[in-house]
Write a new protein. Sequence first.
Length: 142
Amino acid sequence: MHTIRQILSDKGADIWSVDTSQTVYDAVRYMAERGVGAVPVIDDGQLQGMFSERDYARKVILEGKASRDTLVRDVMTSPVITIAPNAMAEEGLALMTRKRIRHLPVMEKGQLVGLVSIGDLVNVVIGDQQHLIEQLERYVTG
């Protein structure tokens, strides 16, 4: 069974972020350049919120706001749901399912140390389950 820390170690803990004073247009362009669906919003080294494609669609487009005039602080999701690096992947997946989120910031001692997506967790949990099935099959067949 994998911990969140192990997942970050395997995938890398690069953190691409925006700040609250950036425009939504700049944040969406930044996300598109990096091929990500969400970014943490950080000011003065502290996590302030998350900004995602869902925030853009629901809080900008559907409300008729202009992305070049709207600031990230006005549409980001806050407070942020986070997870500790020592948590198990299954815990993270359950939390994301329960809270209906697709990206989960990883916090340690008050600092953002990485970000996992629902895809990261699903892949790891499926792999762990497949490994367990193989072990049980070997045990049963002797």
